[in-house]
Design a protein around this ligand. Structure first.
Ligand code: NAD
Ligand code: DAU
Length: 356
């Protein structure tokens, strides 16, 4: 079996923690180094079950810091990078676009340059190396209602500072492949849900607010559509693409699971009320329509045909199972929710909703 030394960035965040757990469990010959700055969204509790694994090393560092990234890549003889570290919340990008350009664009560029410098110096050069960049469906823009879906050839049309920064980072990854021969793969995934997601994102925010009988903010009329995938199925797709995907290729990841926001809100209310032992519909009056997100993309929908047909991927968790497991996890881990929803998070929440 191949040994690999893999650097996973953003591993203390939502998706990264699931990717780390999967890689450590499924690949007993891999050493994993996680670099994470532990911003408000990063939490070592998300890695508590792997932190003492002898094949795992956690390093608190900023991906923008080129010297530090170079030092880490050399010290651990890194041969592959799975890059997830990012500022990931659209609403924050509307308030502070510069933070998104810094981390998502300059951070990706620093990692690319650090990897290039180290790998070019090896006797085998770029042979056997891989830069795997985790991106989003939001780079493709927004769809009208109807049957259209994003494919790998849909032209980029980012419309928020977040998606503009992710699109820019995707372009840099492709530019390093074209210009310097950097072996890379990119995947663009739809909305994830599941355990360990920071409760500024819709689904955990709803569960947390229902728990506290707080208003459930629905942007605009709640008619925007998102395509939801259970986080472990995203991690499984990353594993498959990492090992079997073509170098230089892009894969879209999604489970053909579109929902209007208002329907998701009602579904989460019904499951959470039931699990909390409340009367059916008890929390419906908490629904509060608020001013729409600026530039709110209407609809995302991913066509995963390339990933399914070429690599044989399919989601393993139905939405009914996934959403039930998700609500159960947040209610069972209410201390996690309480820990992360204090301090800096509260300041942001108050800023965001003060005008609404
Ligand atoms: P997240 O916000 O939960 O986690 C991001 C992690 O990156 C955090 O642990 C944070 O501490 C770390 N980080 C931020 N800035 C850093 C820096 N300068 N240096 C080092 N670490 C830093 O995000 P997520 O939802 O897990 O998303 C992970 C990746 O997947 C992102 O690149 C995102 O664009 C992409 N993605 C997310 C979704 C989704 O639905 N959440 C869907 C598709 C793609
Ligand atoms: O599509 C993939 C993207 O999905 C990822 O790249 C992003 O990192 C991730 O944050 C997510 O972006 P969204 O903006 O779609 O996710 P969010 O959970 O913020 O919002 C989902 C939908 O719900 C969106 O239409 C806005 C709406 N919403 C959100 C919040 C937080 C509300 O109506 N009320 C809310 O309080």
């Amino acid at each position: 079996m191949d040994k690999r030394n893999i650097l996973i960035t953003g591993g203390a965040g939502f998706i990264g923690s699931h990717v780390i757990r999967r890689f450590l469990n499924a690949h007993p010959h891999y050493n994993i180094v996680c670099v994470d700055l532990l911003t408000y969204a990063g939490n070592l509790d998300n890695l508590s079950d792997v932190i003492n694994n002898p094949r795992f090393t956690f390093i608190k560092a900023d991906i923008v810091d080129l010297d530090r990234m170079s030092e880490i890549i050399a010290a651990h003889n890194i041969d592959s990078i799975i890059h997830l570290a990012a500022e990931s919340h659209v609403d924050r990008s509307i308030l502070d676009p510069f933070a998104f350009a810094r981390t998502n664009v300059m951070g990706t560029l620093s990692l690319l340059q650090a990897a290039k410098n180290y790998w070019e110096k090896q006797p085998e050069g770029m042979q056997g190396k891989l830069f795997y960049h985790v991106s989003t469906d939001e780079v493709y823009g927004s769809l009208e209602p109807g049957p259209d879906m994003f494919t790998e050839t849909t032209p980029y049309s980012p419309r928020s500072p977040y998606s503009a920064s992710k699109a820019s980072s995707d372009h840099f990854v492709r530019a390093y492949h074209h210009t310097y021969g950097m072996p890379m793969k990119i995947s663009n995934c739809s909305n994830n849900y599941g355990p360990n997601q920071f409760p500024e994102k819709l689904i955990p925010l709803l569960i947390n607010n229902i728990r506290h009988n707080k208003p459930l903010p629905v942007y605009g009329e709640g008619l925007n559509v998102r395509d939801w995938l259970y986080v472990e199925d995203h991690a499984a797709a990353i594993d498959l693409i990492f090992h079997n995907g073509g170098v230089g290729e892009t894969y879209n990841i999604g489970g053909l699971n579109e929902w209007k926001n208002i329907d998701i809100v009602k579904l989460v209310i019904s499951i959470t009320d039931r699990l909390l032992g409340r009367e059916p519909g008890a929390s419906l009056p908490l629904i509060t329509f608020v001013t729409d997100r600026k530039g709110h993309d209407l609809r995302y929908a991913i066509d995963p045909a390339k990933l399914c047909n070429e690599l044989g991927w399919k989601p393993s968790v139905t939405f009914e199972e996934g959403i039930e497991k998700t609500v159960e996890w947040y209610l069972a881990n209410n201390q996690w929710l309480d820990n992360v929803t204090s301090g800096e998070y509260l300041d942001f929440y108050n800023t965001l909703y003060s005008g609404r």
